[in-house]
Write a protein that binds this ligand. Structure first.
Ligand SMILES: [Zn+2]
Ligand SMILES: [Zn+2]
Ligand SMILES: [Zn+2]
Length: 298
């Protein structure tokens, strides 16, 4: 009888130890996953293409060409801009004439900063519409740009900087950038200077993602910043040569040279051709971007 009781006690002990071990394992495993996922979140960038068209957009007003008359949704392109979501941080690159429409379509509720590439109208014309974010976030919008671009912003949107301000005008905090890395809410942003004919334009690299628009040429030392990318976005206006933009051939040459895992072409003109047709002609790791395209970069 005493032996049986002893055996019963041992069985109970083994059972309790097993149960505690199993529960501990599950709890440790759960927290390990939580830690891994939350750490991964820091590095996951979600890119949304808000617009992929050149300065006039596609279709071009009054144009009767095949691309402008196409009913394919991939042939509708707003002016070039992207949304970058990095964890809790939301960045927008450029705010062209379609900014309001793009913010509504992508359901953007808050913006931590706008990074400007250059002062051409198709990249800044929508800045007045940051008023909506000023109201919702109850603060000025942070805008990063070079000194030259800031000078244009102060001229074009002079009412924003007037001594006596009209009620309800946009509020912006201008941050001057140079060709050196800076941080936005803890995320390192590396500017890449490219040339748009003779005008310096700023491209941006965050982690293994880089976005370059309105480029014709790039100096060797700047090209170095494009090494080891998972995703590269570059402009390609059309197939024929252009004074201030890369054409398709030049863009593909740059991609082949810096070898990102994947590349997307943006700032596309109606002269590039139909999305469906041009897509068939591209190398396996290159795609035409389209409005609404979402890409994740780890
Ligand atoms: Zn442009
Ligand atoms: Zn057209
Ligand atoms: Zn431009």
């Amino acid at each position: 009888m005493s032996i049986n009781l002893y055996s019963y006690g041992v069985d109970c002990f083994i059972f309790i130890v097993s149960l505690v071990s199993l529960l501990s394992f599950r709890i440790i495993n759960y927290w390990a996953k939580v830690i891994v996922i939350s750490n991964l979140n820091i590095f996951v960038l979600k890119i949304t293409f808000l617009g992929t068209g050149t300065s006039q957009g596609v279709p071009v007003v009054a144009c009767q060409c095949t691309v402008c008359q196409s009913s394919d949704k991939y042939d509708k392109r707003l002016r070039s801009s992207i949304l970058i979501e990095a964890g809790e941080t939301t960045l927008v690159v450029d705010s062209g004439p379609d900014f309001r429409q793009q913010m509504l379509k992508a359901e953007v509720r808050e913006i931590d900063a706008i990074l400007l590439t250059h002062e051409h109208y198709d990249h800044i014309a929508g800045l007045d519409d940051i008023r909506a974010f000023n109201w919702v976030q109850q603060r000025p919008t942070d805008i990063y740009a070079t000194a030259r671009v800031q000078k244009s912003i102060r001229q074009i949107f002079s009412y924003v900087f007037a001594a006596k301000k009209y009620p309800g005008i946009p509020q912006m905090n201008l941050f001057e950038i140079e060709n050196a890395p800076f941080k936005v809410k803890g995320h390192e942003v590396i500017p890449i200077t490219v040339l748009h004919y003779r005008l310096p334009v700023t491209g941006y690299r965050i982690g293994k993602f880089a976005y370059i628009t309105d480029m014709k040429t790039i100096k060797t030392e700047e090209k170095e910043k494009l090494k080891g990318l998972e995703v590269l976005v570059v402009n390609a206006l059309r197939k024929e040569e252009h004074l201030s933009h890369m054409n398709l051939e030049r863009a593909l040459k740059l991609i082949a040279e810096v070898q990102p895992q994947k590349a997307f072409l943006t700032h596309l003109s109606h002269q590039m051709g139909l999305h469906a047709e041009v897509s068939k002609e591209l190398p396996a790791n290159v795609e035409l971007a389209y409005d609404g395209l979402e890409v994740e970069v780890i």
